[in-house]
Each structure stands twice: as C-alpha cells, then as structure tokens.
Design a protein around this ligand. Structure first.
Ligand SMILES: Cc1ncc(COP(=O)(O)O)c(C=O)c1O
Length: 397
C-alpha cells in the first residue's frame, strides 16, 4: 500500500545527518570510559525529583478521583481551582491580574507552541512565522506543518543574541502573522529588557503580528526575575503567554502548563480547538499543579542549585579558553569555542578526551541567509548534579 504523506511533514521527519555522528561519538565515549564517567551536559531534561508537595497531592488524588471521568467533564479548559492558583501566582510574580477565563490549562509549552501556527497562519496567502534562530525546535516544526513560510531571526554576538526585527524586509513583515519570543531564551540564556520588549510589541502591533511568548523559563533566572510580555504596554492586545511547570517545578514527567491571552479572538480560537481535540490534562496532574503553584520554596531551592552549578562551570570554561555568554536565565550556557575550532570537532574532542558531553551549536540552529548562528558554539545544559559539574571542571583544569 502506498502511504500518502502530507508534504509539509517531510522536512520535519528528516533528521539531520550530523546527529548520527553525535550519537556515534557518544557510543565511542561510553566504550572508552568507565561507567558513570561521562558528565552529560548534552541532555536538556532536568533530573531533579518532582517536589514532595506535588507527589503527595497526586498520590492522594488517585484515590479521591478514582471514579472521575474525563477532565473535560469538570471543565474542558482546566480546573477552576487550578486557574485561581495560576492567576494568583501570576499576579504575585508579575503584578498582572489575569482573569480566570483568560487562562487555559495545557499539556505544556511544547505541545502548545507547536500547534499555534496551525491555527493562525494562512499558508495559501504566503504568510510567515518569525522564529529566533537558534530556538526551540517545535517553533520551526509546527510552522512547517502549518505550511507557513519561515523567516529566521539569527541570534549573534552582533545583536547581543536578541532578536532584531529591523532586519525583516518590509514585504515580509507585512506577511508575518506570528512571532515566537522566548525570554529567557533557550539556548542563549538571554532575557529581554522592558525597552527591548516594548520595541517588539510596538513592531508587532504595527504589523498585526501575534506574539507567542514562551515564558517556560521565567522562574529559572540567575539575578533579576525576567518580565512577562504582559508587563509591556500594549502587549495584551497581541500576545499569548505560554508557561509551564516543567522547569519551575521539575514536572517534566507530568507535563502541565497554561495558555493565557487577554485578546478574546486569540483565546477563542485556541479554546475552541483545544476543547475539540483534547480531553484536558489528567485530573490528578491538575491537582499536582495546584500544589506546585502554592509553593515557592522548592523553586527558590532549584534556582540556588542552578546558580551554584553556574558559579562552578562558568569560571572553569573561561580558564579553559572558552568564551561563554553569561546567561540571565534558563539552565543553558551558550559557549563560544576557541578560535579555529568548529562546534562539531570541539564537542567530539571534549567528549572523547575529557568525558564531557555537549551539543554542537550548529546542529540546533538553522542555516539562514548563508549563516548558521550556532556555528562555533556549544550548548551546555546545567542538568548534571553539583558533584558531576565539579568533576567536569576538574578535568578541564
Ligand atoms: C523554550 C522551551 N519551550 C518549551 C519547552 C517545553 O515545555 P513543556 O515541558 O511545558 O512542554 C522547552 C523544553 O525544553 C523549552 O526549552
């Protein structure tokens, strides 16, 4: 039988060949070194346990909810009590009150960011998605599936690793319908100032572009708490905020987040499709979410732990000859390799000589207008434990 595939799917499922080489290198390193020798800064998934307060709540919820039906039978857009917690948290954290009806509980920021271009882009009209490069891969994959044209906003030293909308040609700006914004940004660690965000909002209002502000790293910061797009004058009209408990409360294994928008059209479309395509986030996970949003202690502890790891790794990388970009937030370090080295070769050398695994930056960036902004960079994720980070820095000398 001949299987027909939507042609938009092809570029998504075609894995880039160089990833095979990375996997091969990792296999070689595993054979070379004793067990547990490799310190893996390559994976992007935190390893902290789910907070006790959340685990306890979910354990109890299994009994309490043993005969409840689909979550959507309670409310297709999320438990009202969870939305109260989210709204209270947002007000306390950002000083912005979001009405309960403006919030929808989601399966996290990945699922949601992937799907949004499908709802808001008309490919037949040649509409564009503006995507930071490097950036979170589902932004690109969802845009490709929707049939959108993509204009990448290359993040380079020259623009301080911040998106620069002035470079977008006017005819493309006119056809752009959606901009992905991620502050703090993965993998560069950059957070945007009020002034920069204000410029972005003005540009998007002028060109009628929806801002999808992925704020899933909002609680992982090293000094100043980052702003939400909702803090910016004018942003409520054109923005969607995505946030989640994956990073804030180490709940990647449970996957729960929220969508919020002050614009009735934006949330009308999203909510209508959500309630037609999903049964809602599992009731017990939503219960766990309530516990997570009721507590800040575990979040503060996690921030301290990332700060400690950063304070160990950053000076060691500098001593070794790297040029790391000091991150404002996330748990990623975007590190320039020494002059004359390539990302791929240097990543391999670190792995096979020092047992330190990283991701070559060019593999998580796209070549756009003849430039791959990830070339010459490595991504370190601060996910190994403090002792392992220390072990790695000792090997760097
Ligand atoms: C920028 C960014 N957005 C979203 C996600 C995933 O969010 P969630 O776990 O809520 O789906 C990640 C995870 O690595 C990420 O880096």
């Amino acid at each position: 039988m001949k299987i027909n595939i939507n042609p938009n799917v092809h570029p998504i499922i075609r894995a880039p060949y160089p990833f095979d080489e990375v996997r091969k290198n990792l296999q070689m390193a595993r054979e070379k070194f004793p067990q547990d020798y490799i310190v893996d800064f390559g994976v992007g998934d935190p390893t902290e346990p789910v907070p006790k307060i959340v685990r306890r709540k979910i354990t109890d919820a299994i009994e309490i909810r043993k005969s409840s039906g689909y979550p959507s039978s309670l409310d297709p857009l999320g438990h009202p009590e969870l939305k109260v917690q989210i709204s209270n948290w947002f007000l306390k954290r950002f000083g912005v009150k979001i009405e309960l009806d403006f919030i929808t509980v989601t399966y996290g920021a990945k699922y949601t960011s992937f799907h949004l271009p499908l709802y808001f882009i008309n490919p037949k009209a040649g509409e564009y998605c503006l995507i930071p490069n490097p950036g979170y891969p589902p932004y690109t994959d969802g845009a490709l599936l929707s049939g959108a044209s993509i204009y990448y906003l290359n993040l380079t030293e020259e623009n301080n690793f911040e998106i620069d909308l002035e470079v977008v040609p006017e005819e493309i700006a006119k056809k752009s319908k959606l901009l992905f914004l991620n502050s703090p940004h993965s993998p560069t660690g950059r957070s945007y100032s009020y002034k920069r965000l204000e410029g972005i909002v003005k540009y998007c209002l002028k060109n009628e572009i929806i801002i999808v502000s992925d704020e899933c790293y909002s609680e992982l910061y090293f000094n100043k708490p980052p702003l939400s797009i909702f803090n910016i004058a004018g942003a409520k009209e054109c923005s969607i905020v995505l946030n989640s408990l994956s990073k804030r409360s180490a709940m990647t294994s449970l996957v729960i987040g929220f969508f919020a928008s002050f614009n009735p059209e934006l949330r009308g479309v999203f909510n209508s499709i959500s309630s037609k395509s999903t049964q809602g986030v599992a009731n017990i996970i939503q219960d766990g979410g309530k516990a997570a949003y009721s507590d800040e202690t575990h979040v503060e502890k996690m921030r301290e732990s990332y700060k400690e790891k950063l304070s160990i790794l950053l000076p060691a990388l500098k001593r070794y000859g790297f040029n790391p970009i000091e991150p404002d937030g996330t748990f990623f370090l975007w590190v320039k390799v020494p002059v004359g080295e390539t990302s791929m070769d240097f990543s391999k050398k670190l792995l096979l000589e020092k047992g330190i695994n990283t991701v070559p930056g060019n593999l998580i960036s796209h070549e756009f207008q003849g430039v791959n902004p990830g070339s010459g960079f490595l991504r370190f994720a601060l996910v190994p434990g403090v002792d392992d980070v220390r072990k790695a820095t000792q090997r760097l000398g």
